[in-house]
Design a protein around this ligand. Sequence first.
Ligand code: TMP
Length: 208
Amino acid sequence: MTSRGKFITLEGIEGVGKSTHCAFLRDRLLESGLTVVTTREPGGTRLGEAVRGILLDPSLPAMTPLTELLLMFAARAEHLATVIEPALTRGEWVLCDRFTDATYAYQGGGRALDMAAIAQLEGLVQQGLRPDYTLLFDAPVPIALARAKSRSASDRFEAEVSEFFVKVQAVYRERAAREPLRFVSIDAAQTLPEVEDALRGWVRKLAL
Ligand code: TMP
């Protein structure tokens, strides 16, 4: 019988280099002989990517925080059922650029929605599924935002002010401190080779 794959999520505020680090990590896991699926949230399915378009589009009228929360979980329900769960069952490793920790951080921290309501939706949508490991890329807000802003036009989240991201980051850090076995915090203010060394070291520790 094939053993179940591992579910790894990558988190952090905008500008910490998550996408680059995700590709690097995927390559290291592939080198170790694993089958790896890389995906992202919101998104990861045709339907989820369409929902992502709505969530990020700065030209749409403002939505309520609750609408935003429900759209995140709607995309997640589809993603879990059609991509994540089937891959894990096939024994593949899933590398997901953001997941529910982002919901606690952005909708709970940034938008001040009730954490207990988020936990209820998490229970309903995920039925007990949680990431095996979460890599939190952490850098001071001004450094990360300066990097994000230099990249491209701002989406609906990137257009937020720096206080929003301070709140988001505080929730990420609290969650990482509360679950030290699941979370691996990586200093994303380091140079790229240093971050890559940290990722290599983490993969080595997995002893694949
Ligand atoms: P990305 O640009 O890093 O792919 O993420 C898109 C945006 O979506 C990012 O600003 C964070 C936000 N987001 C939430 O607010 N809640 C969530 O649950 C997820 C997955 C992302």
